[in-house]
Structures are given as C-alpha cells and as structure tokens.
Design a protein around this ligand. Structure first.
Ligand code: SF4
Ligand code: SF4
Ligand code: SF4
Length: 440
C-alpha cells in the first residue's frame, strides 16, 4: 500500500506528502511546504478556493492549481505534437564479445527475432537524408547513436564506414550533429583512440570493479583492457564518457563501492544506474525496493560530494516523460532487417513496434501510424492516474510495456519499479522543498 503520498485533487495532479508536522504539496515542477491540512479538507478547499479567507494560503494554493493545469496542458501538447525525427539510432545485431548473465537481447524472455550484423549502409544514408529535412526545418541538432542489441563495436569496419558516410552527408547539408555510442568498453587501443576522437560522448556499460564486472559480464575467449584503463585512455585523447551500470540483486549492497570505483578509478563525471531488466526469478522483487532505494541514496549522496552526476532513468522529476519508446524521443531506430523500431528491447513485427520501412524502390517511409504510436507511448495506465509520478515515469519499462494488450485498464505494473520510483520521487521532492517554508 502506498503510504508515501496522497492525491488531493479530484482531477489535477496535486499530491500531498506528510512531512513531520508539516505537509508538502507537489505538482510536477513545483512543490511547497505548508502547515498540515487533512486530505478531505484540502479537496474541499480546492473545490471552492475562491471562497477562501486566508489570503496568503489562497495565493499559494491558487498558484499550485495553476501549475498543475499548466503541466497537464504541457503533457497533452507533447503527445499531440507530430513525430518529427531528430535522432537516428543504428542498432547493431546481437553479436557481442561478452556474455553477461542478464543480457536480454539474445534471451528467450523477449521472444525476439534474432537479428545479426549491422544495418545496411545505404539504408543508413537514406534515413539520414530523410531526417535532415526535419532537423533543418526545426533547426534542431541531429543525433546519431550507435547501439545494440549486442555490441556495436563488434562490427568495427561497418561502424567506421557508416560514421564517415554520415559525416559526409551532414557536412554537405551543414547540419549540427552529435555522435554517441553505447559500448561495453571491450575495446583495443586503436578503437579507444578513434572513439575518443570521433564520438561526442561514449556511454560505457560497466557494472563495477573488476571482481563484479567479471562476475556479471564475462568472456571465455578474451581478456580486455580493464574499464578504468579504458576510461583513462579516453580522457587522455580528450574524449568524453559516462558510465551505465546494471545493478543486480548480488551487486546492490556494493553500490557505494561501485560508485567509488567509477569516481576514483574511472574518473567518471556522470553515472547512470539501472536495476537489471527482465531478470525473471533473478530480478528484484517488491520487497527489494526499500533496500535498493537505501543503497541508491547512499551512493548518490556519495557522488554528490564529488559533484558527479548520479542518475536513474526510471523517474526524472525535471522532465515530463513516459517509457523509453523511440516515438516519444523523435528517434528512428534502424535494425539489421531494414525496418525501424519503436522499442530498444522487443524486436517485434507488429504495427505498434514498426515505425518505418523501405518500399520496393528502397524509399524510406515512416509508418502511417507513427503519430498514433507516439500517442500510445504516452498513454497513462489507469493504475498510474493516482500516482505522484504520473507525468514523469518510465512505467517500469521494459518489465511493463505500454503496448501490451488491454492497455489502460487491466495492466499489471512492475511493483518493484513502482515502489522504487515512488520512494525516489518522494525523497527528491522532500529534499528540494525542505528549506522553503511558506507560512499560511
Ligand atoms: S555487453 Fe550488452 S549485449 Fe553484450 S552480453 Fe552484455 S548485456 Fe548483452
Ligand atoms: S508506473 Fe508505478 S511509479 Fe510509475 S506512475 Fe505508474 S504507478 Fe506510479
Ligand atoms: S513501453 Fe514497450 S515498446 Fe516502449 S520502450 Fe518500453 S518495452 Fe519498448
């Protein structure tokens, strides 16, 4: 049962958090600490706010009402904005030089069609041409992401070839471009230098010090340069990186030590933490949320001392967001079967998952349903309507997928992720509000 917050307005996203003898009222983007008012009384006040006599409190509550209306409007504007691509994610096939215990890309749990290789270079060029019209007209930056299924650098020659082809088109069109690669960091010297010099940001997946990394992510065939050394070499070529760590039940109690390793040994300035995806019986259960939360806060507080970013993408209070669907992020994700996908995880062929394809003349077209797919990605499940994270939650994706049948009514959210997301949101809200006391 949720004992962290209560929704105190019938229709609008206004929530109350009990905080000692005070209460915090929160709507996405704004919070205020006030003297305690019981929930029922608050609901009545909001219904007849114009009759309030206490002018100071009336002013504050009117302000929060306005803010909550604004946030609702912003959300509706976002979901109604037509899809306008600004990012190409080039998704390599499932081949990888590691064999992580939790890898979902080649796993039966996703029931994915197994895709191998690297997307066709001509398809990449055509999509860049396609996206360039959109980014030019909106004056946005074009983002190129090299990503897996598996490990994108496994297809090194193709990766480099596509980079130079894209760079040529981008230069001819005078576009502003940002290159990102998500890699497991199993790189040789040449690759490290090349990536450091050509990528604007290198996202390294690493789960912690060697003992943890080698246990969770191992290779029977080869040994690789340790990740802290990879990071050091990237920096020596003036490259930039951040680190993404998958946290499992076995590693959660070491989260502070993992963070220390990233800060002191790897010299990381930004760390992203994700609880392991789709791990079934080995994954986190409801009862693990409090313990995950405790270790997360300890590690984040440690990182704060060194001004190192420490993030979790499941709930981001400073933006309005839903799950990780590409349609929400104006991204075209090209896979090796020459279609574009809405999902980073499930490689399905049904209409909710395919965002674009090539016709017989090899002309790329977005799906005619693309705006509808985008709207559905923003859908708020019934169970989220009373939640403080209503407008800033990944909905536990990919454990829970918004495109499951029976969408808004009978869905079963992932209870571990819900509890964790709620704990984290409430902690951040309390901490960011506690120094501001509004008299009423
Ligand atoms: S590095 Fe990524 S793709 Fe490779 S086995 Fe590990 S989780 Fe899977
Ligand atoms: S998924 Fe869970 S935490 Fe997220 S908004 Fe829905 S109920 Fe809240
Ligand atoms: S909501 Fe579903 S389709 Fe969207 S990113 Fe998550 S798992 Fe993929």
């Amino acid at each position: 049962m949720n004992n962290l917050f209560e929704k105190v307005h019938e229709n609008l996203p206004i929530f109350k958090i009990n905080h000692g003898s005070k209460m915090i009222l929160y709507t996405p983007g704004y919070s205020v600490e006030l003297n305690e008012i019981p929930k029922g009384e608050l609901k009545n006040i909001f219904q007849g706010i114009e009759k309030m006599e206490n002018s100071s409190l009336k002013k504050t509550l009117t302000f929060i009402l306005l803010k909550s209306q604004e946030v609702e409007k912003k959300w509706n504007d976002l979901l109604n904005l037509p899809f306008s691509p600004e990012c190409l994610t080039i998704q390599a096939g499932i081949e990888c030089n590691l064999n992580c215990s939790y890898c979902y890309s080649k796993d039966v749990r996703t029931n994915n069609k197994k895709l191998f290789g690297f997307p066709d270079i001509n398809s990449i060029k055509k999509i860049i041409e396609f996206i360039s019209h959109f980014v030019k007209s909106t004056e946005k930056r074009l983002t190129i992401v090299f990503h897996g299924s598996g490990e994108p650098t496994y297809h090194w020659d193709k990766l480099v070839e596509s980079y130079y082809s894209i760079s040529k088109i981008v230069a001819e069109k005078g576009l502003n471009v940002f290159y990102y690669i998500a890699t497991n960091g199993c790189l040789n010297d040449f690759q490290i230098e090349w990536l450091a010099k050509n990528m604007d940001l290198i996202g390294i997946s690493c789960d912690g010090p060697e003992a943890i990394q080698n246990k969770q992510c191992y290779s029977k065939k080869t040994t690789f340069i340790p990740i802290n050394e990879v990071c050091r070499r990237i920096l020596s070529f003036n490259g930039k990186f951040d680190i993404r760590a998958t946290i499992t039940k076995e590693s959660i109690s070491s989260l502070v030590d993992i963070t220390k390793y990233f800060i002191f040994d790897c010299k990381a300035t930004n760390i992203r933490i994700e609880p392991v995806y789709l791990a079934g019986d080995n994954g986190f259960k409801d009862e693990d949320a409090e313990i995950f939360f405790k270790h997360f806060v300890d590690a984040r507080n440690f990182a704060d001392q060194y001004h190192v970013g420490f993030n979790y993408s499941g709930v981001r209070l400073n933006e309005l967001h839903g799950p990780f669907c590409e349609s929400i992020r104006n991204t075209i994700r090209l896979t090796t079967n020459d279609v574009t996908q809405n999902c980073f995880c499930y490689m399905y062929n049904n209409e909710d998952f395919i965002t674009g394809s090539f016709n017989n003349e090899k002309i790329f077209n977005l799906s005619t349903e693309i705006d509808e797919i985008k709207k559905r990605s923003f859908l708020i499940p019934e169970s989220c309507s009373q939640c403080i994270n209503i407008y800033h939650c990944s909905r536990g994706c990919p454990e829970f997928c918004i495109f499951e049948k029976e969408t808004s009514k009978s869905v079963k959210l992932n209870t571990f992720r819900c509890r964790l997301n709620q704990l984290l949101a409430v902690e951040v809200i309390i901490n960011s509000t506690k120094n501001k006391v509004y008299e009423c």
